[in-house]
Design a protein. Structure first.
Length: 457
């Protein structure tokens, strides 16, 4: 009982602190504020809902958990958020102007529309290819992958690793086109977005949530509307109902989506009854471990044994896994769950939780993570600001760069393992930018010579 009460108390305080900060800052938000909002959802709202369930989820029963461990989870995150916000505001305020949400939306609107819609239709087509050619709709279970994963073509598996990132980029630009277009174009773009989001987020419910939450934030910030007014309570309720309908459908067909092979249509539940079956979502929430629970797992074990750190091993394995085998054919790397199961002497399924950056930093470096994780996030923010400033004349590349980094930041549930993957994607985008600039320069030189020859004759 003490654990649940502590969880409710600390998560409520976390929600209050984040809400008060946003109330003071709204609507002049930047990328760090967007990050704080998503952290608030995962470390404020999610644990508060979990605290209302006085029972066991898949992994933990918090009724008799250590209140000190629960409190330290929230304290660590709050200290990191305070450090990155304080330093960014007072040491690089000019750079933060490039990362204002309204400014970025204006830049995303300048994305080459032909490139945008080519990627848009390719992402939809890829899902049909994935199903009709390989029998894969969404997530591939480890057992299925062990059976036939090595037989899948390299381009297909590579595309799957970046699919969610590119989908989020497309969503950002579609949103920018919606808010900047006239009435009739807006209607068409809204329809295209409504078609796109369910197809592109079939990989997981959290991607749907990220797009919906981001769209609400972007809309209110761009329109300079005060989201804290009571008149927008109806909007909030509509969004919650929309989420539940999508989540109900996802839960009803989840086992079907994750199976490999052709779907037997006659065995599917009625979509209307599935959409209204809220018990599916509520039951899943009651047993599903939250993002913050990984941080609790780490801190709770470290309170009992202070030497329970990996001394950077998780980060090292993350780096190794991000290096393409093209450059490192014989590389070998350990699975994160295997490292942690050995450290905590448990079954890997007992720690099958999303690895957030705060928890990975804590298990790698102990309480030095407060400084190290803060510096990592500040480096990412600073890198984004510099690259936005540099690539402003090249909006399509700016769009890909900003989308890649923002997706990493708001994907709180999994970003502990994906830091080096994000940086790898960044390097690839910058290489493409260099190729583009060199090609354009060569083309310009050739064109000048042709023009000079024609003028000479």
């Amino acid at each position: 009982m003490a654990g649940n009460i502590s969880l409710l108390l600390f998560s409520f305080l976390f929600i209050c602190i984040v809400t008060f900060y946003l109330f003071k800052k709204w609507p002049d938000l930047d990328v760090i504020d967007l990050y704080i909002i998503f952290v608030g959802l995962h470390f404020g709202l999610s644990p508060f809902i979990r605290g209302l369930h006085f029972g066991k989820d898949v992994i933990f029963d918090f009724r008799n958990s250590n209140p000190l461990a629960i409190g330290l989870v929230f304290l660590q995150v709050l200290m990191i958020l305070f450090i990155i916000r304080f330093i960014s505001l007072y040491l690089c305020p000019q750079l933060m102007n490039y990362l204002k949400i309204r400014h970025l939306i204006s830049l995303w609107y300048q994305t080459n529309k032909y490139v945008l819609f080519f990627i848009y239709f390719w992402l939809i087509l890829f899902q049909f290819i994935s199903y009709y050619k390989y029998g894969i709709i969404t997530y591939i279970s480890p057992d299925d992958y062990a059976e036939f994963g090595k037989h899948l073509p390299y381009w297909f598996t590579s595309m799957r690793t970046i699919y969610n990132i590119i989908s989020f980029c497309v969503f950002m630009s579609l949103f920018a086109y919606i808010v900047k277009s006239n009435k009739y174009q807006q209607y068409l773009l809204i329809i295209l977005t409504i078609v796109f989001i369910p197809i592109s987020t079939i990989f997981g419910r959290r991607y749907f949530i990220e797009m919906i939450v981001a769209s609400v934030i972007f809309w209110f910030v761009y329109k300079k509307e005060n989201i804290f007014r009571l008149k927008y309570l109806t909007t909030g309720l509509i969004l919650i109902c929309t989420f539940f309908v999508f989540s109900n459908l996802f839960q009803a067909y989840r086992s079907v989506f994750q199976s490999v092979g052709k779907i037997e249509i006659n065995k599917l539940d009625n979509p209307f009854s599935a959409a209204l079956n809220y018990n599916l979502t509520i039951k899943n929430f009651a047993c599903r471990p939250g993002t913050w629970e990984f941080s609790f797992l780490v801190i709770n074990n470290q309170l009992n044994r202070t030497e329970m750190t990996t001394n950077g091993k998780l980060s090292l394995e993350g780096f190794k896994s991000s290096v393409p085998r093209l450059f490192w054919p014989k590389k070998q790397f350990a699975v994160v769950d295997d490292i942690l199961s050995e450290l905590y002497n448990v079954n890997p399924k007992d720690i099958d939780i999303g690895k957030n950056l705060f928890g990975v930093g804590q298990v790698d470096f102990g309480y030095y993570s407060i400084i190290i994780v803060s510096l990592v996030i500040l480096f990412i923010i600073y890198l984004l600001g510099i690259l936005v400033k540099i690539t402003t004349p090249y909006p399509t590349f700016l769009w890909l760069i900003s989308g890649n980094i923002i997706f990493f930041l708001i994907n709180i549930e999994e970003n502990g393992n994906e830091l080096f993957i994000m940086l790898k994607n960044m390097i690839i985008i910058l290489i493409l930018l260099m190729i583009y600039l060199i090609t354009r320069k060569i083309y310009s030189m050739v064109l000048d010579k042709i023009t000079a020859v024609r003028q000479a004759h």
